[in-house]
Write a protein that binds this ligand. Sequence first.
Ligand code: CA
Ligand code: CA
Ligand code: CA
Ligand code: CA
Ligand code: CA
Ligand code: CA
Length: 355
Amino acid sequence: MKLVNTFIYLSITITAFNCSNQPKNNFPAVFANKETEPVISGIGDDAADDPAIWVNPSNPEISYIIGTDKKKGLAVYNLDGKIVSFNPVGRVNNVDIQDDFEFGNNKFPLVGASNRSDSSLTFLQLKDNGELLEIPQQKIKCDIGDVYGFCFYHNIKTNITYAFVSGKGGKVEQWELKVIEGELIPKLVRVLSLPSQIEGMVADAENEVIYIAEEDFGIWRYDANIDGTNQPEKIKNTSPSENKNIVDDIEGLSMYFQPNGKGYLIASSQGNDSYAIFNREYPNNYIGSFAIKDSIVDGVQETDGIHVTSSPVGNSYPQGLLIVQDGFNYDGETKTSQNFKIVDWRMIQKTMKIR
Ligand code: CA
Ligand code: CA
Ligand code: CA
Ligand code: CA
Ligand code: CA
Ligand code: CA
């Protein structure tokens, strides 16, 4: 009896540790410079999910971060993390931004999101003042069950933009986005299929490639073009079984672009509170992993979505920045609603000894 009690006590203790701020890895640490205001959805809710950033070309200090509150809508934050606007578009899970989208005679940053309220895609215009305006669009229904992951791909040669959306069952739809008579008309052009749940996706437009993360299994590399092969290539050392530094789920994917095809593919390794870095160049070799630990801003646990940019973002981020979702947001000892953290890329560069 006593043994049983001890066992129960131990189990409770271990469970409690898993939910708390205890580090799950010994990776090199970086620290967040800023954090956004918490999402509106309540404490304890899994609500913040995925970020994107629009870097303002004429005034980088006034750039905007967009984050999903997957119970309510899209929030726009400034670089200090303050909410600039909120649009209650529904249960949006993942978000991405396509710069300079041509809409008739107009050009603007197009924001796209997978919307679980009605298993559709939602598109909005990001305005100069940080407001999100729903644009005229043909509402489409995705045929992949519950919509989940989302990213854009822009074919530089044809100047056509595509939306990739994944479902929990392992299917991915590729939609061509056309503007006809003042309305955005998505057209389904391709369906990809993997055995299990997919969320994180990112396109490398220069190389015409899309990376897709199967959450429990690893990262795949696909031809992003509709006439390309539907046969993916598995990237080495991206699965928990091959690489002990990666613990499922493999969540957000993002790419740090550098000139001449160089740069890095970053993946959120949710199960051990860390981020894995791979070369952008084929065959995407694994470089190492890091974590975001407590400083003036609390450290980061169980990250879902991430977004990295190599564009200079004002004086504070001359080499760009990384934004990540934080599953357990603390202010001091107090747990509050989830949010997003911002890390200066120079700290990652220095800590990981990469260029
Ligand atoms: Ca989560
Ligand atoms: Ca995103
Ligand atoms: Ca997920
Ligand atoms: Ca945290
Ligand atoms: Ca997620
Ligand atoms: Ca905090």
